[in-house]
Design a protein around this ligand. Sequence first.
Ligand SMILES: [Fe+2]
Length: 392
Amino acid sequence: MPFYHTLGHIAPKRHTQFEKPPGPNGTGGLYYEQLFGTIGFEGMSSLLYHIHRPTMVKAVLESVETAPRVAVEKNMLSRKLIGFELPPSPSDFLESRVPLLVNRDVTLGLAAPTGSMTNYFYKNADADELLFIHRGSGRLRTLLGTIPFEYGDYLIIPRGMIYQIEFDPITQPRLLYLESHSPIYTPKRYRNQFGQLLEHSPFCERDIKRPQHLETHDETGDFLIKIKKQSALHSLVYATHPFDVVGWDGYNFPYGFSIFNFEPITGRVHQPPPVHQTFQTDAFVVCSFCPRLYDYHPKAIPAPYNHSNIDSDEVIYYVDGDFMSRNDIAPGHITLHPGGIPHGPHPGAMERSIGKKETQEYAVMVDTFRPLMLTEDALTLDDGAYYQSWME
Ligand SMILES: [Fe+2]
């Protein structure tokens, strides 16, 4: 996140001796400093202070291939995937992830876990992750602190963060997730030259849930970290607890943002999708469709016009409420409108929208600049008929 945050205790000056409190035998020694950044030494970074060296690999165990199995490489059909038909998985968040739509920049999938990650930690060394919490609540525990989450939260986890996800036991989690090979940022046009979100941005720093409650474990033993790199999941055993940070500061940290805090931009006539933009990368954008008043020109048509997103594939994940431009859409559905052919409101939707004053819809849209491929799992959720649903 392009602002400064700090938790715990840090040295008064960077790269200088930072002494541990004296133990029973006199000196406590020095804390171990780690610079943790992305994009070499050019991107956002944080400076961490560990009790133990963060480099103590004890053993390297098995590696498991996790590359998605692609079923349709060149897709030209509009698709509707019935997301909630994905059965709950008797496993945790990592094990339950099912990739559905992929290209070389991004993987988009669903997860319906029933358990929490307990006996290991996870790090994605390939990609920034975006999680959208559709059902359930819990805590994202990271080496930089904990972020409680609930329905409607986006969680942005920069690559390399070591984390665990705990769900509250009575909730039945449903998540949309993205793995992005380029960093996930807030839209540049909403930031000034110093990185501050501008007045016309639909959200501001106050809406960002930053990590709190830094956990510091001074423990030695066997600590398993599953590290995703080059699509393989490598299992490394470390000699110390990965959450042994006593303090950190900087700009590189995970954060949350609730879709309920997105303030929609409206107009006299229909506003295009960029007004809903919430995140950007080099390869796709993420937009939040939220309850809002409709256009107020006396002859306005609130439903969108047909449009040819010739240069991008458009994915919409339907969260809640009525989605005004589509027929037969329910929470958990995913539509894919491939680039190359136009799409638009379903028959009757344009007429139905005229005179309406507001919408209660919630949806997350992902527009990728390169075409998406469908996995074998995606085909099991595909209704198979959506591409003809604009016929009279
Ligand atoms: Fe569209």
